[in-house]
Design a protein around this ligand. Structure first.
Ligand code: F6P
Length: 347
């Protein structure tokens, strides 16, 4: 659905829950799902939701394979033991998927009706913007929903932290350190491509932590000026620099072709390394586990407070929450101080 013109949600579409959802009704059972790209720390968030809900006297269901599993009724009962030994594990024990059906009215109505059949009073969804759009539409149909930001990309505007970002950056940083060793030994230039979809946060953080000479982020298209990069490589060679690292966000052109062009223009052997999906895996860092635990528990508290259509956020040193519509309308830039630092420190 996602707010198509002429497709407003009618009162009779609010299946079973009545206008305003179950705000007036006491919450007895919550459900949790993970959706979109997985992120290290999602398991810690699931554990926190389950344990916090149980400690507040609620029942908990786990929905497998995201919204797809909800529509297909792939639902399991969860207890304290269902989430034992997972806080340290990457991936998501509930599996995940991207589900086009949840953008359609039919899929949404089916999802709400499955929740009703299972007596689910509140749904906690862990994922990114797409996941929150689904939660917003479900909330408009009367189901109480809360989103938790879980994505390695850090591209959710209302929050300064998203679960998985820290682990992904550490993974990419360590991989880049290794590439640097061989790049230095061969006196080469290396292009390292990291994930981020349309956001440059991973590249920026890795660029600084790896001491790279160039950082290419989509938020600053001028950084993609290959001519300037080539000039900088040549001028640094002239003053004795033996190897060069370019940190590049995915989606900013073909890294292998760029390596070839740089090699031709500079005469310096150049290689491209695409770090890829290893950034999404691995044991979450301490930071990801702690934020995921706090956000998971907060999501349960929001449902207990009778809230719906909210996303949990971390902002200005505090855990807080935003209306999902408001959160989705916000925009986010890379940190300008960090971005200027990459230039200042790479002289
Ligand atoms: O959103 C997380 C992310 O890993 C992005 O950084 C990347 O562009 C995308 O997902 C890759 O998705 P998939 O695993 O479906 O190829």
């Amino acid at each position: 659905m996602n707010q198509k013109a002429g497709d407003t949600i009618r009162r009779e579409d609010r299946i079973g829950y009545g206008i305003g959802g179950i705000m007036a009704k006491k919450i007895k059972k919550v459900a949790v799902l993970t959706s979109g790209g997985d992120a290290p720390g999602m398991n810690a968030a699931i554990r926190a939701v389950v344990r916090a809900a149980l400690s507040s006297g609620l029942e908990v269901d786990g929905i497998r394979r995201g919204y797809m599993g909800l529509i297909e009724e792939d639902i399991i009962e969860m207890n304290a033991m269902s989430v034992t030994d997972i806080v340290q594990r990457g991936g998501t024990i509930l599996y995940t998927s991207r589900c086009p059906e949840i953008k359609e009215k039919k899929g949404l109505k089916r999802a709400v009706s499955v929740c009703k059949q299972h007596n689910i009073d509140g749904l906690i969804t862990i994922g990114g913007d797409g996941t929150f759009r689904g939660a917003q539409d479900l909330s408009e149909l009367g189901l109480n929903t809360i989103g938790i930001p879980g994505t390695i990309d850090l591209d959710i505007a209302c929050t300064e932290y998203t679960i998985g970002f820290d682990t992904a950056c550490n993974t990419a940083m360590e991989a880049t350190d290794k590439v640097r060793d061989t790049s230095a030994s061969h006196e080469r230039c290396s292009i390292i491509e990291v994930m981020g979809r349309t956001a440059g946060h991973i590249a920026l953080w890795c660029g600084i932590s790896n001491g790279s000479e160039y950082v290419m982020v989509p938020e600053r298209p001028e950084a993609n000026d290959e001519k300037k990069i080539i000039e900088k490589i040549l001028s640094k060679r002239r003053v004795g620099k033996k190897h060069h690292i370019i940190l590049k966000t995915e989606g900013m052109g073909d890294s292998y072709k760029m390596a070839k062009r740089i090699e031709e223009a500079t005469g310096i052997e150049t290689r491209a390394t695409i770090i890829g999906h290893i950034q999404r895996g691995g044991n979450p860092t301490c930071k990801d586990r702690v934020y995921a635990s706090a956000m998971g528990a907060r999501a349960v508290d929001l449902l207990l407070e009778g809230k719906t259509n909210r996303v949990v956020a971390y902002r200005h040193g505090k855990y807080t929450d935003y209306d999902i519509g408001e959160a989705l309308a916000m925009t986010k830039d890379v940190d300008p101080i960090l971005y200027s630092l990459t230039k200042r420190l790479s002289r």
